[in-house]
Structure formats: C-alpha cells, structure tokens
Write a protein that binds this ligand. Structure first.
Ligand code: CA
Length: 257
C-alpha cells in the first residue's frame, strides 16, 4: 500500500497551490485568446511569446513548466526554438503543427519535442496531452492540476479502439478481457495509446521506455511490439491497432468513435 499522506494530492494542496506555468509561443491572435482563457480555466497560467526570438527570451526569464510551441513562428521557426531550448533544458515541449504536415511532426519529435498537436485541435485534447507529458516528466504539480479540474477518476484511464489502459491500477483490458503484460510492454502500450493516431518515432519510443537502459540493437523495440501485438491484436500477423510506419516508427490507430 503506497497511499501515504505524502502521495495524497489533497494533503499537499495547501502547501503547493502554484499554477502550472505555460509558455505559449504562437502568433495567431485567435489561438492566443482562446488558449489564455481556456487554459486559465484548467489551472494553467499562460505567458505568450509572439515570435520565436521572444519565445527563447521568455523561456530564459520565466523558466516555465511546459512550452506550447507553434511550428510556424515569425523571426525564428518553432524547430529552431525547440533545438535551442532543448540544448539546455528538459522542459516538456508540445509542438503545434499544421494539418497534413507529418514530416514537420517527425522533425519536431527528433528535435526533442515531447509530443505534438495538430491544428485545429480541441482544448480537451490539448490539456490531456499537456498532463500526459508533465506526468512523464515527473512534474509534481500535475497532480494538483488534475485534482483541481475534477473528474480525477477518469484521468488515469486511457481508452482507444477497445483497448483500455488503467494507469493507476496498471491493468489492461482488450475488448473487455484483461490481458497481463510485462512492465516494459505495459509502458510501451501506455505511450502508444496515450498518443493514439500519432506516429511515434523509434528513437522516441526507445528513449521513453528504455532511456539509458537500452542496450544492444534496435531489435529490442521490435520484439516488444511483436509481443504486444500477440496480446492485443485479433490477428497479430495483420495488425490493425499497432501500425508500422515504415522508416519512422509506430502508431496506435484509434478507431473512429
Ligand atoms: Ca503560426
């Protein structure tokens, strides 16, 4: 039982009620207005940079908890901003890309962005991604933000295409039946389902799941993908849930709902 007072967000709420500081690098006023208001309601404090140069300057001044970085920015591209900030900080970065720009997305992930959203996106989806990258980065304020907006019971469960992952209980259900996964398989599936519909590069998957523990050639990833498919696909030889994106990585395909 790990439910000590130390881990209880409610017991920390009085001592740690700082808002999560987000640096928004965006030059379209309609997006800026909507995000400042919408994210404010979700427990985030938003600072705005309207070009790439300002984004780097504000990052140094504000030391934000998370960066929302538009790819197409005046003066300095989002890719260059990402490269610059990533060279000296592990701050979570979510890239905002234009629809149909998959190649930009791959470059952004290779530059060290943690995740991306594609315009137009829904606030709810963005907030879910922000929480996910902060949870993975180990930011303690994310618990506070989750408890603050309510509905905490649903925040730790991800579901797509009849695959349900319960992060707290570390249980996985496929088409209603529980499947038992090894630790790395569970972590890999969680990352894929959290990012359903998105291509995750091989490097990103290896970095997130194994980090510096990764030994040997890149077959380890393929072996784990194969094992996962054998447990969740109806026909593992013709996978429809975990798709290979040739030369790039893997994508968990979200069925339309
Ligand atoms: Ca833009």
């Amino acid at each position: 039982m790990t439910g000590t007072a130390m881990n209880n967000p409610a017991s920390n709420a009085g001592a740690d009620t700082r808002l999560i500081n987000v640096l928004l690098a965006e030059d379209e006023e309609s997006f800026i207005d909507a995000l400042v208001v919408g994210l404010g309601h979700e427990g985030f404090s938003v600072s705005v940079a309207r070009d790439g140069v300002q984004a780097v300057q504000l990052f140094d001044q504000l030391n934000p908890d998370l960066i929302l970085l538009d790819l197409m920015l005046p003066k300095m591209s989002g890719i260059d901003v990402c490269r610059s900030i990533r060279s000296r900080s592990a701050v979570p970065i979510i890239m905002v890309t234009a629809k149909g720009a998959e190649i930009d997305t791959v470059v952004a992930l290779e530059m060290g962005a943690d995740d991306y959203v594609t315009k137009p996106y829904r606030l709810r989806e963005l907030v879910a991604r922000m929480r996910a990258v902060m949870r993975r980065s180990g930011n303690s304020n994310v618990e506070y933000a989750e408890s603050r907006v309510g509905g905490a019971a649903t925040e730790s469960v991800w579901e797509a295409s009849n695959v349900r992952v319960d992060l707290d209980k570390r249980r996985v259900f496929v088409r209603g039946d529980e499947v038992v996964l090894r630790r790395k398989e569970f972590e890999l599936l969680t990352l894929l389902v959290e990012n359903a519909g998105r291509v995750l590069t091989r490097d990103l998957l290896i970095d997130r799941i194994w980090g510096t523990d990764y030994i040997g050639d890149t077959k380890t990833l393929d072996v784990h993908i194969k094992r996962l498919r054998s447990r969740i696909e109806v026909n593992p030889a013709a996978p429809v849930l975990i798709t290979t994106v040739r030369g790039v990585g893997y994508r968990f395909d979200a069925a339309p709902d």
